[in-house]
Write a protein that binds this ligand. Sequence first.
Ligand code: C2O
Ligand code: CU
Ligand code: CU
Length: 504
Amino acid sequence: MPLSLSRRSFLATGSAAGALGALGLARQALAATGSFETPLAIPPLERGRLEGGRRIFDLTMQDGTHEFFRGYHTPTKGINTDYLAPVLRLTRGEMTRFNVTNALGHTTTLHWHGFNLPGIADGGPHQQIAPGETWQPEFEIVEAASTMWFHSHQIHETAPQVWAGLAGMAIIDDGESPPGLPGEYGIDDIPVVLQDRRFQLNGTMPYRATMHDRMAGMQGNYPVVNGTISPYLEVSREAIRLRLLNGSNGSIYHLAFSDLRPFQVVASDGGLLAAPVTMKRLTLAPGERTEIVVRLKAGEPVSLYALAPAAGGGNRGGGMMGGMMGGGGMMSEMGAQSPEFALMELRPAATLEPAPALPERLADLPAPDPAGAANRRQFLLEMGMGPRMMAGGGFTINGETMDMNRIDHVVKMGESEIWEIGNPGPMAHPFHVHNTQFRILSRNGRAPAPHEAGRKDTVLVAPGERVEILVRFDRYADPDAPYMYHCHILEHEDAGMMGQFTVV
Ligand code: C2O
Ligand code: CU
Ligand code: CU
């Protein structure tokens, strides 16, 4: 019974209860986690090698076992490791090739989430890698400095494959980091892959999705950060940067520190914001990344939580979560999209090296210009109820489930378009578009919150919302190799809430 033995009461972990109580959020559900007994695993950096003017990475997708709980070897999958992957350090302007070998017993793919790249290199459902084969996508890194990721995208199997561990983080450098922004990997610049996994008493985490899991998205009973359960991180500097990736299957994390201290958001999915945005709570949906800088006091631990969404709450400035919590009947249970966890603890040393304040400006980020948009398209995300849902066919975009033989949209290269995403249903859906970094124009007619005003490739669309984004595909045209757009709740994606477009 490793699970109960390795747990202590959440309330034993200190000042958290008071702060949460003040918020009215001290739910006993938090008791499920919060022991902070394991140091946070920092994945090794993988820089690849230079060969003939190219940066080359050798990646092997493989089976393994991972010790989430001491003495228990959980069957997992990983990339060059037993669970998840090393952090790939990429450089803008470098032609980069990945030799991706499938050493698994089943077909898989490896998708480059957030990258602008040729369709044949995308690693989506069309670039399948059979067992024993090596796939060699090659493309130039064109993105600004940012936190990206990569993961399996096998058709109908993405959820179980990512659940098992086939995902990892990539960090892009562009040589333009503003002074004062923490950037020393593993010291004050920390990769943080947030997930949750459902462990059984024997320590295994088989992917067994019930009807509820397929609807709400698969969720765990333990938070897993970089493959470590409820870890702590020893901190030696006054300020650290956390590169947060929501790599979960279906959990929307409403993040806050235990004392509700403010932090500064410095980057969204596609890189730095124009200026830091000070916040106390931040929503991160599956597929999204954010980078925050938090200041610490010597000797005073603080932990990072995932909280229940504030009812009618305004952490996106528009009361967007209200709809999620206000639903009636069966669907009000879908607040279960947002599990409550004590994710990790930051443990500052007794004395800390000083860190400068952040600069007032981080990057040049021109305002999006919708005036020149050549086209407008609509994407309606729907969950069919009743018999259709029971038959597993209820997740649609514009009334259709994913069909690999159907191209849903053809977009002209270099033209800006406004895509309008509507969600009339009871659950929030993070809408992701391949091959681009887009800009959010509006949520229900209102301008996006400042922390969402930068480059994005995934946007959470709450029940009842209509979100407009400005998209553009600048670099690669190919009538034959489609890209995907889809809900990044992996169970929804696998059930068909996905479509295809080509760029010509
Ligand atoms: Cu992160 Cu189409 O995926
Ligand atoms: Cu993607
Ligand atoms: Cu969805």
